[in-house]
Design a protein around this ligand. Structure first.
Ligand code: SAH
Length: 261
């Protein structure tokens, strides 16, 4: 009986897969990739005998049946997922039936689109004395949000918010951020197809105008919305420096320099 690996393919650029993920692709007997979000080039390291299929037209049951069938035939089976498999990836829904079928499962993490979007904009999601917290969330669409997790509630922390699956709900994003006390001039970054070679689009705006700007650019899918008090820090004159590199701060690998009197 083979093993099914859930491998994070990364956000789009095929070079952003981990070495472990790539090694598994090289060894794989079968790969099922989520074609709506993962580029087929992500399978380019697969060997000649590897069965490769796009799951775009399959429902969850068909995906599970495919994985179980292949795991019974071969040794290494891969479910290639976008970004990191543990974020909005239906991971557990697929793992449970594999557990029931007695098939071994492994997960290889991936670079999430949240990280790739921050990188695209040369932004830091945390900054000393600005915010030290990142919330990965979405606004309520067809999937209901659990109690206490509405954007209006989460945004009250005024930390960094990375909003998945919400680009068609920008109106709601605006309303809930305003409810939480964010101002109309709060900066917002939207990245469409972060890291996809030749396809990435970066839109910068404010709470007041981001919806208009995204509409003008026809962005209505595969986009990350980042709302953060750190946005644009590259241009700031006043920046509190991280303690990590501070001369007067000791840590495990470096002693503080003491000033002589
Ligand atoms: N597991 C994935 C998220 C899957 S949910 C991850 O870790 O990134 C799909 C949502 O992810 C999309 O609606 C969009 O909000 C975001 N997304 C996926 N790929 C993206 C990309 N290349 N650029 C921007 N957002 C992306």
């Amino acid at each position: 009986m083979g093993k099914v690996w859930f491998v994070g393919a990364g956000p789009g650029d095929p070079d952003l897969i981990t070495v472990k993920g790539r090694n598994l692709i090289e060894q794989a007997d079968a790969i099922l990739y989520a074609g709506s979000l993962v580029s087929e080039t992500a399978t380019r390291w697969a060997g000649p005998g590897c069965a490769i299929e796009d799951s775009k037209g399959m429902d969850l049951e068909e995906i599970i049946a495919w994985l179980i069938r292949k795991a019974r035939e071969g040794e290494t089976v891969i479910r290639l997922q976008t970004g990191d498999p543990g974020l909005y990836g239906a991971l557990i829904e697929m793992v449970q039936p594999l557990d029931e079928a007695g098939i071994d499962v492994g997960v290889v993490p991936g670079v999430s689109s949240a990280m790739a979007s921050a990188a695209a904009g040369v932004e830091s999601l945390t900054l000393p004395e600005v915010t030290q917290t990142v919330i990965l969330t979405r606004v309520e669409g067809r999937t209901p949000m659990p109690e206490g997790e509405s954007l209006a509630e989460l945004a009250q922390h005024h930390c960094t918010l990375c909003l998945f699956l919400s680009i068609t709900l920008l109106k709601k994003v605006q309303t809930e951020l305003l409810q939480a006390g964010w101002t109309e001039d709060a900066p917002i970054l939207v990245v469409h197809k972060a890291s996809w070679p030749g396809e990435e689009k970066i839109i910068r705006g404010t709470l007041a105008d981001i919806r208009e700007k995204c509409r003008a650019e026809k962005i209505n899918s595969q986009a990350m919305i980042i709302v953060s008090p750190t946005l644009g820090a590259r241009q700031w004159n006043e920046l509190k420096k991280s303690k990590l590199y501070d001369k007067s701060f000791s840590h495990r690998f470096r002693k503080a320099q003491t000033t002589s009197q």
